[in-house]
Ligand binder design. Structure first.
Ligand SMILES: Nc1ncnc2c1ncn2[C@@H]1O[C@H](COP(=O)(O)OP(=O)(O)OP(=O)(O)O)[C@@H](O)[C@H]1O
Ligand SMILES: [Mg+2]
Length: 474
């Protein structure tokens, strides 16, 4: 039953209205604007019905003030014929739903009040639905967020490829702390496998059945990072429309992987230190601390010792994170792993792209071994994904499938590389290697190369064609 407030300075009118409406509504009455305002403050009200002519506050003035207190209530003004002109402007601006002129027919009043109550119900229903929708969306977002961060958590140690002495050392080191809650600091250049190793540590340890949640601490504004990590309470800052659980709580009894931990601001470093020291977090805007049980794995491509020396990273936090450092060597320092990694990624992308391929050619491995891999394993993975995409069904992964930086200058025809079995082939092999060498030195410039070899440009072109040499610039 909706509440209706009736305001009129004449008690007889007030009571006759009350009698008429009390069957269908809960009726409140007031003899003047001031008393009506007190009632509004105390009661949620659907419809306000006010006389215009009253001593003190007029009906229009009272209705205007009622907006502040009950913005959603539907307002009706009762006005004598003589006052209509004066009230029209107020009706137009004052968010008044309707006016009733005196004298009124009881059925007419019934109908208008009924419509007003209906309108109020609709507005409230609408509000409730949008609030529910907002809440549902927020929950979905939260769920989505934790799902995304937890997804693909399972990595076995065998999936971390590498049998080079340096990788074997890394794996041995890691195997010792799987079933502990020791904080591990993974250090390495971009693409060296810090995240895959963190996942492997989590999914082979005693917390494997609990969440593994990743947070990148670089490139996230401080306030956002704080609320991501620790959560916030509703209203703690603009835009905090509801409570949010931080990832330290989402990951309770599991693992939090703090990526790019060296990029945290000094204020965030202090807050993280508190988690590491006390196992406590404080959501933004909340006074209460909460206890969390998480294992922290952290990664950085920075030299944190250097950052400590230059004052950019807190020394106390460094010691808390650096309990068990694991250094991931760059790919150029473990060429022994190249073959295995290439085969692994070939298989991975063949199955993903539904292709059959004949393996990685020797030539490609040779090119890979002489490459410096600034993007490390991720760079190789991308290179192979690209090659598999380009390759024909049943082909082998050959140099022509690689991106230009791998074959600035390559010999396409394998003939005449000088096996020594016949003189002509041997001479041609020497000639080809000499041309490639001088072409390389002159960055592919045909005129300079020709001049140096004592050939005409045309003559050089003929030889390039014969040996299948393509001069490609990056
Ligand atoms: N030893 C490995 N065996 C198999 N795949 C690997 C290995 N190392 C890295 N990868 C793959 O290479 C890609 C990059 O690895 P990852 O994301 O772990 O590197 P990262 O060190 O975290 O890099 P960044 O510092 O740029 O974030 C991933 O797709 C990962 O699965
Ligand atoms: Mg990473």
């Amino acid at each position: 039953m909706e509440t209706i407030l009736i305001v009129d300075d004449q008690p007889e009118i007030l009571h006759s209205l009350e009698r008429q409406l009390r069957e269908q509504y809960r009726v409140l009455t007031a003899l003047n604007g001031a008393a009506a305002i007190d009632l509004l403050r105390a009661h949620e009200t659907a419809v306000i019905l006010s006389d215009q002519r009253m001593p003190g506050m007029t009906g229009v003035e009272f209705l205007a003030r009622s907006i502040e207190i009950r913005p959603d209530a539907v307002r009706i003004l009762i006005t004598a014929y003589a006052d209509i002109q004066a009230s029209i402007a107020a009706v137009n601006q004052g968010r008044i739903f309707y006016y009733i002129s005196k004298p009124w027919e009881p059925e007419e009043l019934d109908l208008i009040v009924k419509r007003a109550a209906e309108q109020y119900r609709l507005v409230m229903e609408n509000k409730r639905l949008s609030a529910e929708l907002r809440e549902a969306n927020r929950r979905l977002e939260d769920e989505n967020r934790s799902l995304k961060k937890t997804l693909a958590a399972g990595v076995s140690l065998e999936e971390v490829i590498g049998n080079s002495p340096r990788m074997l050392r890394v794996k041995k080191l890691v195997s010792k702390i799987l079933d502990t809650s020791t904080t591990v600091l993974l250090i390495g250049e971009t693409g060296t496998g810090k995240e895959i190793l963190a996942r492997a540590i989590h999914s082979n340890g005693c917390r494997r059945d609990r969440p593994f949640v990743v947070q990148n601490c670089g490139a996230v504004p401080e306030t956002l990072l704080e609320s991501e990590l620790f959560g916030h309470v509703k209203g703690s800052f603009t835009g905090a429309i509801s409570d949010k659980t931080g990832i330290f709580e989402l990951a309770d009894k599991g693992t939090v992987f703090l990526d790019e931990v060296g990029d945290m601001s000094s204020a965030m470093q202090i807050r993280l230190l508190r988690v590491l020291q006390e196992g406590e977090i404080k959501p933004v805007g909340s006074a209460a601390v909460r206890h969390v049980d998480v294992r922290i794995l952290a990664a950085t491509h920075r030299n944190l010792e250097e950052e400590v020396r230059t004052g950019r990273f807190r020394e106390d936090l460094f010691y808390r994170l650096n309990v068990y450092p694991v250094l991931l060597p760059p790919l150029r320092e473990r060429p022994e792993d190249i073959q295995d990694l290439a085969a692994f990624f070939l298989e991975k992308y063949c199955s993903r792209l539904k292709k059959r391929m004949k393996g990685v050619s020797e030539e490609v491995i040779r090119l890979f071994r002489s490459h410096s891999w600034p993007g490390n394993i991720r760079e190789m993975e991308n290179e192979i994904e690209r090659a598999v995409t380009l390759a024909d069904q049943d082909a082998a992964l050959t140099p022509d499938l690689l991106s230009p930086r791998f074959h600035k200058f390559t010999g396409g025809a394998e003939s005449g590389t000088g096996t020594g079995s016949d003189l002509k082939a041997e001479v041609q092999g020497i000639e080809k290697r000499r041309i490639l060498e001088i072409l390389e030195r002159n960055s592919g410039n045909i005129s300079k190369t020709a001049a140096e070899l004592g050939l005409s440009r045309q003559g050089l072109h003929k030889k390039l064609n014969r040996y299948g040499i393509q001069a490609k610039n990056l």
